[in-house]
Ligand binder design. Structure first.
Ligand code: PGA
Length: 278
């Protein structure tokens, strides 16, 4: 797990933007798994700006959103489909047929979930999965006790998640209690994962994910078993980490590794030449 800590939300956003832009500009990376919520909002704004500057192109990109509330039609202002349309898709050149979503009003839940899994596979699998994290450590809507091998399915949301989502709805009774979500197992099959978290409210979940045991009580902890995960967080979200000094030191040193390796090669080449000299 590569843990990158920045001083501010803005710095996390800019770093995440650079990371995603780099992947989107590689041909084989164009199947993205996308989250909703307040955390990715800034990244989506940065992607829209990047698109306007000509730095990223969505023409060949396919997207699969992580989850959708059960019971909301796609045009409901609080549906995740609507969120994505408003905050990203309507501002960039993505083809409507390349946008994949779980239906909030499926004809048959099991068929809907199986078809989603099939559609991901048919497009070669998720290349980059972007994630947020819930205060209870969930990824997607994989609430505590979700199987770490779970596939796309319906989930009952915890009271805490319902409480966290309440701010987006006018009346309490409108807040959905169920959702369809990619499973932890589905997420774990992505080639690469980028998880973003900012703010003090996420500090406990971030510490449990990075430094706690792998457990279904914090489904984000399953990411410890994934070979390519980058976690980008701000100082506030990093506040409960025990080894943050190491993560910061690692980031600084990683930047210097390429230069160091080059210097080693040059020294080696110079030694070779000296050895050959008569
Ligand atoms: P948030 O949600 O970005 O709105 O905090 C994250 C999540 O629940 O995955």
């Amino acid at each position: 797990m590569n843990v990158v800590i920045h001083a501010s939300e803005e710095a996390v956003t800019q770093c995440a933007y650079g990371f995603v832009r780099d992947r989107m500009n590689r041909r084989h990376y164009r199947v993205l798994g996308l989250p909703t919520g307040s955390t990715p909002l800034r990244l989506y704004r940065a992607l829209v700006e990047g698109y306007r500057r000509g730095e990223v192109d969505f023409a060949e990109v396919q997207t699969f959103n992580l989850d959708e509330y059960l019971g909301l039609p796609p045009d409901h202002p609080q549906s995740y489909r609507h969120f994505m349309q408003t905050n990203l898709f309507s501002h960039v050149n993505i083809r409507p047929s390349h946008v994949h979503f779980l239906s909030g009003l499926p004809h048959d839940i099991e068929d809907e979930c199986e078809a989603y899994e099939r559609a991901i596979k048919e497009r070669g699998g998720l290349k980059l999965q972007i994630l947020g994290i819930g205060r209870d450590g969930h990824i997607g809507f994989n609430e505590p006790t979700s199987s770490l091998a779970s596939r796309t399915r319906e989930k009952t949301l915890t009271r805490q998640t319902i409480e966290d989502n309440r701010r987006f709805f006018e009346k309490d009774e409108e807040v959905p209690r169920w959702a369809l979500t990619m499973g932890v197992g589905t997420i774990m099959e992505a080639r690469e994962i980028l998880l973003l978290a900012t703010g003090r409210a996420k500090a406990d979940a971030v510490a449990a994910m990075i430094e706690g045991p792998v457990t279904a009580m914090c489904t984000a902890s399953a990411l410890q078993m994934h070979p390519r995960v980058t976690v980008m967080i701000d100082d506030a979200a990093a506040a409960k980490l025990n080894h943050d000094d190491y993560y910061r030191w690692m980031s600084e040193n990683d930047c210097q590794m390429a230069g160091y390796l080059e210097a080693c090669k040059q020294r080696q080449a110079a030694r070779g030449q000296t050895a050959k000299a008569p």
